[in-house]
Design a protein around this ligand. Structure first.
Ligand code: HEC
Length: 149
C-alpha cells in the first residue's frame, strides 16, 4: 500500500512539474514570436473547420484592426485604443491610460502569454462586437501584427 502511495505521490509530483513547465513555455520564457505564430496557426486550423480554403491575410487583418463599429452609440475600433500604428504606444479611449504597443516587433512582452492574449481578444471583441471574434479574424489580426516592422 505504501509503495502505491509513493508511486502516486511521485506521479503527482511529475504531473505538477510538467504543468509548471508548460506554463513557462506559454509564459515569460517563450519566444513571443513563436507564440504568436503558433497561435496564428491554431486559429487557421480552427477557421479551416468552417472553410477548408481559409487562409490568413495581413491585409484583412489591417482592415479588421481599423474597422469602425458603433457599439452602444459609440464609434469604436481596435485602432481606437491601439492607435492607427500598432507599433506605437496605445491609449485607452476612455481612461487615457497608456497601452503597450501590440506589434510584436515593438514590444518584447506582446503576445508572449497565450492566456493573456485569449483573455484580451475575448474582452475587446466583446466590447466591439458583443461577442468573441472568429478564429479567422484573430488569425488575420495576428498575421497583420506579425508583419508590422
Ligand atoms: C477600449 C480600449 C481598447 C480597444 C477598443 C481594444 N483594445 Fe485591445 N487592449 C487594450 C488594453 C488596455 C490592453 C492591455 C491589457 C493589459 O496589458 O493587460 C489591450 C491588449 C490587447 C491584446 C493583448 C496583446 C498581448 O500582448 O497579449 C490583444 C490581443 C488585444 N488587445 C486585441 C484587441 C482587438 C482584436 C481589438 C479590436 C477588436 C482591441 N484589442 C480593441 C484596450 C483596447
Amino acid at each position: 500500500m505504501q509503495k502505491i502511495s509513493c508511486t502516486l505521490l511521485a506521479l503527482f509530483g511529475f504531473i505538477s512539474l510538467s504543468a509548471q513547465a508548460a506554463d513557462n513555455i506559454s509564459g515569460q520564457f517563450a519566444s513571443q514570436f513563436n507564440v504568436a505564430q503558433t497561435l496564428a496557426a491554431d486559429y487557421l486550423q480552427e477557421a479551416k473547420k468552417s472553410d477548408k480554403h481559409a487562409a490568413l491575410s495581413a491585409e484583412a487583418g489591417r482592415a479588421f484592426y481599423t474597422k469602425k463599429v458603433v457599439m452602444d452609440g459609440k464609434e469604436l475600433s481596435c485602432s481606437a485604443c491601439h492607435t492607427d500604428n500598432p507599433a506605437n504606444e496605445g491609449k485607452h479611449n476612455e481612461t487615457g491610460k497608456p497601452i503597450k504597443p501590440v506589434a510584436i516587433s515593438a514590444n518584447p512582452e506582446a503576445f508572449s502569454d497565450i492566456k493573456k492574449v485569449e483573455k484580451n481578444f475575448a474582452k475587446h471583441c466583446r466590447e466591439l462586437y458583443g461577442k468573441d471574434c472568429s478564429a479567422q479574424d484573430k488569425g488575420n489580426y495576428l498575421t497583420y501584427l506579425l508583419s508590422v516592422k
